[in-house]
Design a protein around this ligand. Sequence first.
Ligand SMILES: Nc1ncnc2c1ncn2[C@@H]1O[C@H](COP(=O)(O)OP(=O)(O)OP(=O)(O)O)[C@@H](O)[C@H]1O
Ligand SMILES: [Mg+2]
Length: 341
Amino acid sequence: MRDIAIKLSTVRMLLPGLNAVFPPGSALSPAQAREARLRRATPPSAEPPPPKVITVRMAKGGVGKTTLVGNLGAALAMMGHKILLIDGDPQASLTLLMGLDPWAEGFSHIGELMHRAYRREPARLDDAVVPVWPDGHLDIIPADLSLTAADHWMMGAVSREYAFARLLRENAGFFARYDAVLVDTAPATSLLTNALMMASPEALAVAMLDGSSVKAMEVLEANIDEINAAIPGLDMGFHVVANGWHGSYASYRKSLESLLRIYPGRINSTVLPWSAAFKRQIDPDDPLCSGTVMEREPSSDSAQAVAELARSLASRYAILLGGTVPSPLDFDSQAEAGEAA
Ligand SMILES: Nc1ncnc2c1ncn2[C@@H]1O[C@H](COP(=O)(O)OP(=O)(O)OP(=O)(O)O)[C@@H](O)[C@H]1O
Ligand SMILES: [Mg+2]
């Protein structure tokens, strides 16, 4: 488990309302942030709802999916949320980013867990989860290369589109520990990525602001349309995070303008900047010293942008604290719903 000392001051950046409760200058852990927010939120009237699932997708590699999942997970955990990350990519970049070694350890990845649920065997989720931060604030179900085999068994499986949704449903007690489940995916469309998307009413797309962003969005949109057409009653949508903004290049502006024109109301108003800080977060020469920008460089522009995005997405996806209803005093109410015009 990681030493999270570096992150504590960042909590204030994420939750400016905390300054009214705790004197500025005092350090706050994710658990303390959660407790402070829970004190102000309205208690749930019924059973806690299932955790929100956000599946991060794009029909292109290297656009920043893993970067977003890792940083968003860290930011939401700093806000006091309990977050489960799922590495749904055999490349295991999220596993690496979280400081685990995908070559050395024998993980029970999400494909295996879904297969157990499909065969009506106990999923044994507790054995598969690896804590990244203490107290269940940031856990991960890691991946390794053997996740590529998931499509083999899914090929012959009835209702394979629902394989992930079934795992969630049949292990509702386990997943209720978390406020949100964030899923990283591989770029190519596969049975696995389709099943991972199906558990969420709205996929979260990442569009890198280079020349290929519009084309990649069109491919992803066609993939979502196809799923919706194949499954009666399904109306999966998508919301887009634009990544890699570099204001001084005209081509970046053109990419953003095209996305805003083609997908009005779907692009989040927070655009992640192009920055060396993101580049540094996965160090190929030092895989066990990885870490998100939120942890490593919390005062960077990149971390500030991720914090703003996390507040906006917590509001958009209604990520609550253990089933509580936000009160007017809760810090979530300060979040922007945030969509660019
Ligand atoms: N805003 C950014 N500024 C600078 N570098 C970035 C930014 N976003 C991502 N990167 C870098 O780009 C590379 C690809 O990012 P990442 O691995 O998150 O993409 P991905 O979409 O998950 O790729 P893949 O499809 O291969 O899984 C990484 O080196 C990452 O650090
Ligand atoms: Mg990735």
